[in-house]
Design a protein around this ligand. Sequence first.
Ligand SMILES: [Zn+2]
Length: 456
Amino acid sequence: MLKITQSPQGPIQVKQPFLVAGVASTEYAGRNLILTIDNQYNATGPKIAADGTWQLNFLFQQVGARRLKIAIANESVELVLNVVATLPRLRFTQSPVRTKVGQATTFAGEADGYADGTALLLRADQRYELARPVVQAEKWQAPVSFNQPGTKAIEVIGSGQDKAQTSIEVDPAPPRPPRLSFTNPPTQIKVEQMVTLTGTATDYEDGDQLLLRADQQFTLARPLVTNQRWQASILFRQPGKRLIEILGSEQDRAQVIIEVQAVPSATLTIQPRSSWTNTPTPSDIPNLTSPKGITIHHTFLDGAPPANATLAEEQARMRTILSSHINGNGWSDIGYHFIIMPSGRVFAARSERKRGAHDLINDGLGVAFDGIYSSKTISQQQYQAAVALCTLLCKRYGITDTVTPVPTLTADFGTRNLPRIFGHRDRVATLCPGSEGGRTVRLAEIRQATNAQLRG
Ligand SMILES: [Zn+2]
């Protein structure tokens, strides 16, 4: 019943003492075990205790697969022990302290006493296999990356109980930089054509404000992000190639080039005076031979027809205005030369060969938007009709520049530098046509667009 109860597991190092323990029959108590080494050398072993137990402290002086036979009387047990010069031992020599999710990082180490080609196991948190590095020249290394942030316990595991441990802190992946783009932007649009631009705003928050600008200087809109998208409506009044940019945080921007095309001047139809009244402009009104400019007005009369009015309704409206000017103002005829209805239809009013009754000086043509534009803005149709009409009149009367100020006689302000298209209020102390600077009648834009048409 001789038995071994404890012996080294795995290799043992040469000249390192180790313990073998066991039990024998109590009938041998007090006797010494007999040791036989490699079937050749005999030695006296430890004494068997009263309870039959025994303990052997031993060491080998030579490496190799060593046989150790332990005997008493006619019983024996045998051990084969792998005695090595160096015990296998894994170590980390490269163990990064921090990394980021998804970022490649390398662990490396030494594998003393391991044969070339031995596969090791590198694992995290005692569960997740990271790599199976192979030993070469008693070294190993393994590139790894992590999918989840947190502190990870890292082990490299070899033979038997041999392993080494370290840890690494895995930081969350940095947020991706936000990104803007245009979605199917047009490459060509037309002057005065309202276009809605849209795009993505990846990783932006709802409510983030972006900047849409043209030619790196003109702000077009400040759209807000909704569901990682943005949109803004734009409209250009001048033809040409425009660099459009959407800008966000952290230098993020997207660019697109849009060509704004001039619209061929609309064929302007002017409703003749004879279409709405049989009464001609009185012949005794002084002639207007060479108009010096165009004065813009609003009729400042309630009841302008809606934009979808019929021609007949507008003709009736012309008669109402005529009556108001003759019976209300005591003039001999309607005061303006042309009236532009909210629909965009243009009506010839007073004969353009006769001086008007519209800005006291009356050395030019009077063009009025029908309605009251003290705060509301003229319709888009009115705007386009005004540009077309002004262009036609300037060409007809040799006016080649509608933006450069020239000395101009006024009724209430002496001589002023005014462009050739100006508002009634520039010449007379009046609120016509609407807001300061002619904003509600888009005076500056009419001037610019007409000038562009004259040059185009
Ligand atoms: Zn006026």
